[in-house]
Design a protein around this ligand. Structure first.
Ligand code: FES
Length: 129
């Protein structure tokens, strides 16, 4: 993989307040916190992908949610994830493909299985000033 320009790095924003059905207060971290930790670990040695946490991406009913964004590229929201290592690896693998793409569009044939069926929204990039 080539070293991406800093302004084309893909950022995975993980909602760290997401709670799946059945989550109970007082029983440890939220599902979003668990997914965030797994995504951070999966991205630790990946080039071109950074991870940040944010409270509530306003998709609470479809937890767990993440956003995939990079400057000048199409952005996506994905949801309905369980906080599993497989989900985290799929999210980070997809983010790396997004980082490698000039437009942010990733060919379907290369999508990791773990992210299929999890797309919620897409947002075209803002026009350049
Ligand atoms: S708590 Fe995660 S989207 Fe609202």
């Amino acid at each position: 993989m080539t070293e991406p320009r800093e302004d084309t790095a893909t950022v995975v924003t993980v909602c760290d307040t997401c709670k799946r059905d059945g989550w109970q207060a007082g029983h440890g971290p939220t599902d979003g916190e668990r997914l965030a930790a797994l995504v951070e670990a999966a991205a630790a040695n990946r080039t071109g992908v950074t991870v940040r946490r944010h409270g509530c991406l306003m998709g609470c009913a479809g937890a767990c949610n993440v956003a995939i964004q990079a400057a000048g590229k199409i952005a996506y929201t994905l949801g309905r994830f369980d906080p599993t290592p497989e989900a985290a690896e799929g999210i980070v693998t997809y983010a790396a493909l997004h980082a490698d793409s000039d437009t942010g569009q990733v060919p379907f044939r290369t999508w990791p299985a773990a992210i299929k069926g999890h797309f919620v929204t897409r947002h075209p990039p803002l026009p350049k000033p």
